[in-house]
Design a protein around this ligand. Structure first.
Ligand SMILES: Cc1cc2nc3c(=O)[nH]c(=O)nc-3n(C[C@H](O)[C@H](O)[C@H](O)COP(=O)(O)OP(=O)(O)OC[C@H]3O[C@@H](n4cnc5c(N)ncnc54)[C@H](O)[C@@H]3O)c2cc1C
Length: 402
């Protein structure tokens, strides 16, 4: 019996691939089984010092993701004998990665793309896993898709269950049990009661913070002593009736040396604008995101302590300045351009390959694997879902062959 803990980017596809091969699996998810459109209710809360975006529900953070799908960390993973070429091809086809049809590129996004080109920046339409025929262009991607047009890990869990997997929701795995250095079960809490499930193999896909806590309780105390998460701000200003807030979000991309930029609506920008009567439909804004230096840690309560290095701050400043140039070229009133506070997304690197797991994602405990953002060796500084999906597909193939 195989236990998969968590149903996000890593857990969903593992469940699908193993269930397809008739391998008996139990999927254990801490959050509830919900409709995608309700996902915004399940954002997690961390300490006041850290504004980090993650969710606890079926599908994990994939339910609120923008479905941006890019390959990352190719050469870094090669250093650990991990070649994802075939796995990338498989998962790209499976989730339908493509650049959106022009019918789904809104006016604000097009202004961003044109301005980026004119400024000589590396500019492209973002590869996504969204079905245009379902997408109602409401701008609600980060709230959970009301039209179910986006791919999410939940889709794969549903498939796994159709193929015989057992799904237990609202159950928190706290510890992996072992005998003679080998996995023999997991301890979980459901409805305030502790239970034990016996099994032979466990894959932790509980996300960078969830997996850390389970690993530590299971005796791998070094987990989570480092963590990265991509710092980001949104920079934007006033452009009358642009209606960018109802476009598909993050449908364009500018790749800088130390940052990425993508058009992304933030209602917080309004607070910077001195005019009266400004509404959400008058805002064009850009998300500025950088790869951070993996300085910080997860404490024993699951709170994240983040240390910003000089490079983190410099790269964010470089990206912010470039976003300002793009906005001005796109027609935004330059006297209104301002930024939101700094936030974070995409936590990872808490059980990195080469330190906590080997190149097959196995820990020092035999038959205990980790497969989620925790295993990424450094911050990709780009959307990580596709890389996690490819790592999970590779692990599924390895386990099936084994
Ligand atoms: C608003 C937003 C937009 C994003 N957009 C994109 C994007 O467009 N493209 C992209 O590549 N990335 C995006 N990301 C990031 C991406 O969603 C995450 O990096 C990715 O989902 C991480 O995958 P994971 O498997 O590590 O964790 P998750 O997807 O978070 O899954 C972890 C799962 O484990 C469960 N869990 C946690 N602890 C336990 C426990 N103890 N027992 C049982 N279950 C547990 C959680 O409930 C969750 O279901 C976005 C993130 C956010 C917040």
């Amino acid at each position: 019996m195989v236990v998969i803990v968590g149903t996000g980017a890593g857990g969903g596809i593992l469940a699908r691939e193993l269930a397809k091969e008739n391998i008996p699996i139990i999927i254990i998810e801490k959050g509830p089984y919900i409709k995608s459109k309700d996902a915004f209710n399940y954002y997690d809360k961390y300490s006041e010092d850290v504004d980090l975006l993650t969710t606890t529900c079926i599908g994990g953070a994939t339910l609120v993701s923008m479905s941006n799908m890019v390959r990352a960390l190719d050469s870094e993973l090669h250093d650990y004998d991990v070649d994802l070429t075939e796995a990338y091809e498989y998962v790209e086809k499976l989730v339908g990665v493509h650049q959106l049809d022009d019918s789904h590129i809104g006016k604000g996004t097009q202004l961003f793309l044109d301005a980026g080109h004119e400024l000589g920046l590396e500019t492209l339409k973002m590869p996504k896993a969204i079905l245009e025929k379902e997408c109602i262009q409401c701008g609600m991607c980060a709230f959970g898709c009301p039209a179910d047009a986006k791919w999410s890990g939940k889709d794969f869990v549903d498939e796994a269950v159709e193929n015989g997997a057992t799904l237990i929701c609202e159950a928190e795995v706290t510890e992996v049990l072992k005998e003679n250095g080998k996995v023999c079960g997991v301890k979980l809490i459901k409805e305030d009661k502790e239970e034990i499930i016996e099994d032979d193999l466990v894959i932790l896909s509980a996300g960078a913070i969830g997996s850390t806590l389970i690993l530590r309780k299971s005796g791998i105390s070094e987990a989570g002593r480092e963590i990265f998460f991509d710092p980001f701000v949104s920079v934007g200003g006033y452009i009358k009736d642009i209606n960018f807030n109802t476009e598909v979000q993050m449908a364009g991309l500018v790749i800088g040396k130390n940052f990425v930029l993508s058009p992304h609506f933030s209602s917080f920008i309004k607070a910077n604008i001195p005019y009266g009567g400004v509404t959400d439909s008058d805002i064009l804004s850009i998300m500025v995101k950088t790869a951070d230096e993996c300085k910080g840690y997860v404490d024993d309560n699951g709170d994240v302590v983040k240390i910003n290095t000089i490079n983190d701050i410099r790269y964010l400043a470089e990206g912010t300045a470039t976003a300002g140039f793009i906005l001005e070229k796109a027609g935004v009133d330059p006297t209104t351009i301002g930024s939101t506070v700094y936030r974070g997304a995409h936590p990872g690197g808490t059980a990195p390959i080469g330190k906590i797991v080997d190149s097959n994602l196995q820990t020092e405990i035999s038959n205990l694997y980790v497969c989620d953002a925790s295993v990424l060796p450094i911050s990709p500084g780009k959307p990580p879902i596709l890389t996690i999906l490819a790592l999970a597909k590779r692990l599924a193939d390895y386990l099936i062959n084994k």
